[in-house]
Ligand binder design. Structure first.
Ligand code: FES
Length: 181
């Protein structure tokens, strides 16, 4: 939607309503930059930082306010693995793929997690409990291979231990639910 079209005011209002003031201000501030459109990635980072993921509504809003075709914005959002297009699960699982972990079988752990959860990297399990990411060195190479669940480090894992690890967190989620009810 170009600014000079008839219902631009309406489109602009809808777009502005989809984003918090801090991001609207940031987009506004970027407009002085001669390379304005190159700011798209940092704008998307801010959107993800606020919402935890990049929803369709937010991607459309960014496209309209930055006057970049929606397909291009979506293309950038899907190209980079650090952008998430769906809400994050209750527990974020990060599999370290740094060198020490990689040589100690991180890829096998990752494959087992993908199989057990039925999801790929960047996705969230159907029950909303787990999201899966890969990460660079988590700084605990002595424990390789390392998986981080939420803010907890699990080292020396084997693929066989993955189901029990997931069960542990499923149990934690159920515990929290029963305390809350
Ligand atoms: S390489 Fe995995 S913790 Fe350093």
């Amino acid at each position: 939607m170009k600014k000079d079209t008839d219902n631009w005011a309406e489109v602009e209002a809808t777009s502005r309503a989809a984003l918090p003031d801090s991001i609207l201000d940031y987009i506004e501030a970027c407009k002085g930059d001669p390379e304005f459109k190159s700011q798209l990635i940092s704008v998307l980072h801010k959107v993800q930082g606020h919402f935890g993921f990049l929803g369709e509504e937010q991607l459309n809003a960014v496209a309209q306010l930055m006057q970049i075709p929606t397909a291009d914005v979506t293309g950038v959002a899907t190209f980079y693995h650090f952008f998430r297009l769906e809400p994050q699960g209750r527990f974020m699982i990060r599999v370290c793929m740094g060198t020490a972990c990689y040589v100690k079988g991180a890829n096998d752990i990752l494959e087992k997690l993908q199989k057990e959860l039925g999801i790929d990297v960047g996705e969230t399990s159907k029950d909303g409990l787990f999201s899966l990411e890969v990460s660079r060195c988590l700084g605990t190479c002595g424990l390789a291979p390392v998986v981080m669940v939420g803010d907890e480090i699990h080292g020396g894992l084997t693929p066989d231990q993955v189901p029990a690890l997931l069960e542990e967190y499923i149990g934690k989620a159920h515990e929290a639910e029963s305390v809350a009810s």
